[in-house]
Design a protein. Structure first.
Length: 325
């Protein structure tokens, strides 16, 4: 049988496997969004307090019982809990995230304004973390035992540093002592430097550990020995062969990295007074703004699902041996 016939015979199976993989991803994504919406719905209602008070301005508003009853009726808070739950699921399924209790505007408008700020922060932090992790992995692998030990120590320390402590140190050094960078995030590139570094350093430490271990294993593998036997230099083996294998675990962890960056953004955006999803989520939880909390959480979950799918695709592009299951 010819090669073209073999390829033709295999294509339907490959297409079917790809479709099944895509359907599994879509099904898993829908399940994640449902689980997040359910957890937020019941979790925020376990917080002490009356949501109607949050709608009318919080406990300090001293709203009358009549006003509280009117707010409950307007937002359906007087309905049985299961009716509220299924009603919210239906609204979310139709794209209606409701109106923010505290801001009095649709949640979709709030998200539209805040997403670009957090997205820029997260993407820049992820790129910087990747660059630092790869550089550290390459340098430690090239330098041998002492370099590996030093790199391992740096990775452990940076991965263990809390965001709030790192942000405070960076502000004291580069803003207060040296005066190089603003302590508050602004709309200028300089205002992004400290928040991006604060998010990137801990993530770079974690990614660096994984990439360095994979790169060292690749350097001792059979394909590396074969490349050296063909006259390939150590630099060529490292950059042409080992680096690709070192990138695979980092790509696989990109979804987790995004979740880590989004959770870290809550702290970083609060410390640097930067508007974004993280800071708004913290404020929404404090004020029991149920629609806004749900909208931010669902958007974060959807971003996580998309990034995980993209990381799977990127893995298959980097290593063709990985095929859709």
């Amino acid at each position: 049988m010819s090669a073209s016939a073999t390829a033709t015979n295999r294509s339907p199976g490959s297409f079917g496997a790809s479709v099944r993989w895509l359907l599994r991803k879509l099904g898993g994504g829908v399940f994640v969004l449902w689980a997040v919406a359910t957890a937020i719905f019941f979790g925020i209602r376990m917080i002490p307090g009356d949501p109607a008070e949050a709608i009318l301005g919080g406990p300090g508003s001293q709203a009358s019982p009549e006003a509280l009853a009117a707010a409950r009726a307007q937002y359906g808070l007087d309905l049985p809990l299961h009716v509220q739950y299924f009603g919210q699921l239906w609204r979310l399924a139709t794209g209606d995230m409701g109106t923010s209790y505290s801001l009095k505007i649709p949640v979709t408008e709030v998200l539209r304004e805040l997403v670009p700020s957090t997205l820029i922060l997260a993407v820049l932090a992820l790129l910087l973390a990747w660059a630092m992790a790869l550089v550290l992995a390459v340098l430690s692998t090239r330098s041998g035992g002492v370099g590996t030990a030093l790199a391992s120590g740096l990775e452990i320390v940076s991965a263990a540093v809390p965001h709030f402590w790192l942000a405070s140190v960076l502000i004291m050094v580069f803003s207060t002592a040296l005066g190089w960078l603003p302590p508050v995030s602004t709309n200028t590139p300089a205002g992004l430097v400290l928040p991006v570094i604060t998010l990137a350093l801990p993530l770079a430490g974690f990614l660096g550990q994984v990439m360095r271990d994979t790169m060292e294993e690749a350097q001792r593998s059979a394909f590396a020995l074969s490349a050296r036997a063909r006259g390939e230099s150590e630099t060529g083996v490292l950059l042409r062969h080992s680096l690709r294998h070192a990138a695979l675990p980092g790509i696989a962890l990109s979804g987790w990295a995004l979740g880590s960056l989004l959770s870290g953004a809550v702290v970083v955006e609060s410390i640097f007074a930067r508007p974004g999803l993280g800071r708004s989520l913290l404020s929404a939880v404090t004020t029991r703004d149920i629609p806004l909390v749900t909208g931010v959480a669902l958007l974060s979950a959807a971003a996580y699902v998309v990034i995980m799918a993209l990381s799977d695709i990127a893995e298959r592009l980097v290593d063709p041996r990985i095929s859709a299951p």
